[in-house]
Structures are given as C-alpha cells and as structure tokens.
Design a protein around this ligand. Sequence first.
Ligand code: MOS
Length: 752
Amino acid sequence: MTNLPPTTTPATSTRYIGVPTSRVDGRVKVTGTAKYAAEYNMPGLVHGFVITSAIARGRIRRIDARDALAVEGVLDVITHENRPRLPRANDKYSDDVAPPGVPYRPLYDDKVRWSGQPVALVVAEDLETARYAASFVQVEYEREEHVTDVEAERANAYVPPEERGDMGPAEDAGDAAAAFAEAEIKVEAEYRTPIEHHNPMETFATTAVWEGDGQITVFDKTQGVQNSQQYVANIFGYASDRVHVMAPYVGGAFGLGLRPQYQLVLAVMAARMLKRSVRVALTRQQMFTLSYRPATIQRLALGARQDGTLTSWRHDTVAITSRYEDYQDNVVNWSRQLYACPASALDYRLVKLDLATPCDMRAPGGATGLYAIECAMDELAYAAGIDPLELRLKNYSDKDQSEDKPYTSKELRACYRQGAEKFGWSRRSRAPRSMREGHELVGWGMATGIWEALQMKAGAKVALGLNGDLEIASAFADIGPGTYTMATQIAAEILGIPIYNVTTRLSDSTFPQAPVEGGSWTTASLGSAVQQACEGIRRELLRLAQVMDRSPLADCGLDDVAFADGHIRAKDDPSRAVAIADAMRAGSAERITQEATAEPSEDESHAKFTHSAIFAEVRVDEELGAIRVTRVVNAVAAGRIINPKTAGSQIMGAVVGGIGMALHEETLVDHALGRPMNHNFAEYHVPVNADVHVIDVIFVAEKDDLINPLGVKGVGEIGIVGTAAAIANAVFHATGKRVRDLPITIDKVMAA
Ligand code: MOS
C-alpha cells in the first residue's frame, strides 16, 4: 500500500502546475502501444546475438565461426578480425558522460578486459537462429591473471589522476586528526556497499534501420539520443545530421543508459556490413556484464563533544573501477553541506579491477555516501546518548562549508519536523530492542538525504496551431519519471489551454538540443526551456490581439493579462478578453512557433541542493531474522513540485530502490571466474510487492526564487539517498546489531 495525493483532473480550470496529473503517456504504455527500441519492425530486419567473453582478462587467440556460418539463416559472424575499419583515436569513442580514461571499443581488438565483454555478433534472419548458431562459435583465449576482489587490491588504491567533472573531495578544513584525538566522543567504523546492477525492466537494445550509405536511423535504448547520435557519427564517420536516433519510450534506465552501450555499436556495424536493418537486443543475463554501481568501502571517523556537537569529521572511501577508465562519483563531499564541523578530511580513492567500467546509478555517490554518513551519525547519537534526530538538528549547517556559500533554499528543518510528525518519531523509545510486537522486534530509524539541484542547457520548440493544438518538441528523453507530462503541464498552464490539446514529443535527435536525462536536472532544464518558449508565444499572441480592430487589450502589457480558458484577459477586467484563436485568425497566423534554449543561471553565489528526511520502521522476526520494512516516511524539499503525482511516484520508486539497497541488492562476483554469478532475477533480489509496505511521501513547501524562474529543483534521485541508512538504523534499533555491510541479510542479523 502506498499513500499519494489523489489525482484530480480539473475540468474547466487551466491550472496545471502543482496539480497531481496522471501521465499523458500512461495510456500508450499500459495498452502496449508505446514502442521500445527492440519493438520496431521493418522489411528485411535481421537479428544479432551477442557472444560474450568467457574469461575476465587476456586475449582472444582464435575465433572459429565455420559451424555457425553453416547454419541456415545465418548471415555473418562479426568479430574483431572481420569488422569494418574503425577509427583509432580515443576521443572518437568518448561520449557526454564518459569518465577519464580510454573508452571501451566494441569488437576493436583481441583484448579481453572483463568477463562478459562482447567478442562476436552472430547475425541471422531471425533471433532464434542467431542464438542457436552462437552456440557453435568456438572462441579460444589466452588467459591472464585477473583480479575482481576489491579486498585483494585495496592496498593499491589510488587518487584518480584526472577528476571526473567536479567530483573530487572537498579540501581539508582544520586539523581533523588533532581534533579527533581530543574528541570527547569518538565513532570509528567501516561500511561496505556491494556492486549493484540497475536492472531496468527493458533490456538494452538497438534497432538500426538501413537507409543506404551515408545515413542511418536508430532506435536505441538510451537516456540521451543526441549523445548516441554523436557517438555513432564519430565512430562510423557519418555527418551528425545523417544519424537519426530516437528513443520515444524507455523502460527504465537508472543511469545505465547515460552512456551509449555496446549493442548500439554492434547494431550499426552489422547494418553497415550487411546493408540490412539489424536489431541487437541483450539478454537479461548480459545486462549483468554491462555496467553497475561501484562497490565502496567507507571509513568514517567522527569526533564530538559530550553533547554531540561535531568537532572532527573524516571520511575515506575506496571505490572500484575498471582497468581502462577512472569512473568516479561523489561519495564523500556531502557532510560539508549537511553538518557544521570545523575540522574535516575527505579522501576518495579508486581500485582497478578486471570488470567493466561502473556507471552512474540513481543518485551515484549520494546513495552510497549517505548510507555510511547517516549510519555513522546514528552511531554517534547512541554514543552521545541523544536522539538521532536531535543530533542532526544540533549539527545542522546553514551553509555549504566546502564553498562557504548559503543555499538558494534549504527547508531541511521542515523535512525533519514534518517527517517526524507524520511518522510519530516522538513516541520512539531510544534503547535498542525496546520495542516489540508479538514475535517481532520493532525498530525505528531515521536519516537525512541530500542531492544536487542541477540545471543543464536545453532547448524546446513549441508550436501553437489555429485550432488550439499545441506541440512541444525536445530531444530530452523520458526514461519514466513523467517528463512528457511535466512539459505538457507547464505549457498548458502558461498558455491557458486545456491539457488534452497539448502533444509533447521527446527523445528524437532532430529535436532541439538536450543533454542526457539524468542528474535530476530534467524538470529544471526542459521545464525552463518550455516555459521560455511558451512565454515567447504569449508575447506574440498579445501582439496579435493588440493589432486587432478596437482591441480590448490595446493598452495592456504582458503583466496586465492572464492566459486562461483559451483566452487572453485583462487581469483587472476579465470581460476585456480576446480568444486566442481570434487573435491568430486576425493576424493570419496559422501557426505560432517559438524555440528557446534555457541555460542555468550564472549566479554561483549560492549552493543548490535538494534535501530530505527519511523515517523507517522495520520489524525483525526474532527467531528467523527476517526483516520487513513496514513503514517509510520520506519528507522531501525540492522547490516547487510541478506534478505531485509523478514526483511522488519518483520518491516512492526511489524508496523501493532504497529498500533493495538496504536488504536485497548485491551482485556477487565469483572471483575465480571474475564474473557475476547471480546474473538473473532469481538470485539478484530486488524488492517485490511483498517487500514494500506503506511509503508516505511528503513534499515540504520550499519557495526558491534563486534556483530558476520556475523554482524547481528535481526529484529523480533524492528519494533513494539516505533511505538505506534509515532502514539500517532501524534494524539496529530493533535488534541492537549494527550491520555495516549492505545488504542486511538474515545471516548477518542472526550472526552472533
Ligand atoms: Mo541518473 S544515475 O543521472 O540516470
């Protein structure tokens, strides 16, 4: 059961921003008419099946495809030996989201970098034949020693020579070691998070449509069609505008679709070799050797005075990456934004393993970092003998200490207050094992969440027709959060037209420029572009209304009129009005088109973050050790909420991800083989309905005039940040056992 605001569909009103609104793409999705990358059919389409490496490190000595090629219906077996010419330069294989390093090149050479790397593509008239024939391909390897165990390499951890973006640790403040030595209370602990896989429902796939030489059309599973477009153009030497990439619907991604994945290259490569349209779809098992959330080992050392006031903070992280790229995310910086502390030392190192490069997974760095930070704060609360919530309030930071900046807004205190009230936190008895019901120990835990409020440069085109229909177009993707609906609502409200007259088209590389959909930045970025374009249309409409004969709005400025119910009305006298259609007709304007590119504010004087407070209840069977998360309250401050329904679903879904992180999700690598062994949904556990009980989402009112004109911050990731910590803290409260490595499974709870 989940509690969300009810959906209301306003009948006559044209107020849409802030109104819970069902997805405009809901019908095509639930009726199965929304098409995904592997669902586009065309005459002559053939199918590729990927063969992946059986070793984790070494080289391919020989590939014998003769038996496979003899199977009727097989068209080719593509390997590094018979592939078409590919460019040599590394930058040709880079992309918008690539970390520092040497990007992987599918089927480029004989080198094997991880177990599960593609080594050949069997192409046949149908998928079954391709898969069958793949079983006859003989690959001989020259095996080298591999290492996939972070413990084995921990001593070789290094500071990344090149920082990815701005993700390096904040500079030291004060003398953390000296302050720690003198601290009245000390908490030192090491926390571990495992490799996790994104596991979107839709597996990765590309359908490459053969358009003749020099041109290609691609349906790709991606979070950024223009990122895929540029990548294909660079690798295969197309002019950018000859590569057309579309991904109108994406069945979840969680970050795995931020970078182009190898099936894109393989599909286009095969299409070019065979001059046929080719589809390459990965199996669920192959999804486990694409990319993943990197495992971390995090050491926290917190020093405080007897009353819980922080005096020293140290956070050291070791995270894993591949041999060939230095993937990085921000695990350690968050304490400088959350907790006032005069002395701080943060360290972030990588360990190279023979695995594929990790990639961003929902709240990359934040989800793992806040797990450790917020568990350590819970441990400090117990060490100081004060309430965990009180400890947060005592050390609350009203500025971002890493840059000594105030926040554009930070309603975290209200999150704590409203979340605690809804949860009933004041009724908690502090001692571990002090609450029980029947055979179950009851535990209440809490944690804080924080995420960046980002905005990226993005464009949108909006066109209003004489019949009142409005069309929006942008290259932004909608990977599921409700992007179509959000853009539709903003335009309908600004222009005062019914929501059902608006059609939003997304995720087509020919549409106005957009970055990948990620980083929780879509609403701020695309929403602002739609807003600007619609404001341009308002200006044009008012101009047309004013040149009409005896215009009732002749003396009005834009601020003097309201756009509602298909009319432009004087605010001080609503009877003075012009129908939008009349204004257009009078000006012979069959269509008004505006394109806008919105850019983030250049004002860097304030720190920009979303915040949350999470309260969790667990029930632990005392004899069986089984843990149920029976209640979660997540109170979020994320500026203005455009659509409380889809935004609420974002938080709810992220909380479910947090439950998985706390209790279920863990990719187990067989270090002898160097590959994930639980590469299926039977053995890689994600929460199912029986694991999810009450989730209450609260959006705390947060007015932010500095962040952007819409006042929005974004909610895609904040919901998972801190959730695993709240659950882990609840497990401690229930059982008195502090499990410091995720997931918290029965065996760990039962261990003496
Ligand atoms: Mo998100 S991990 O930026 O898709």
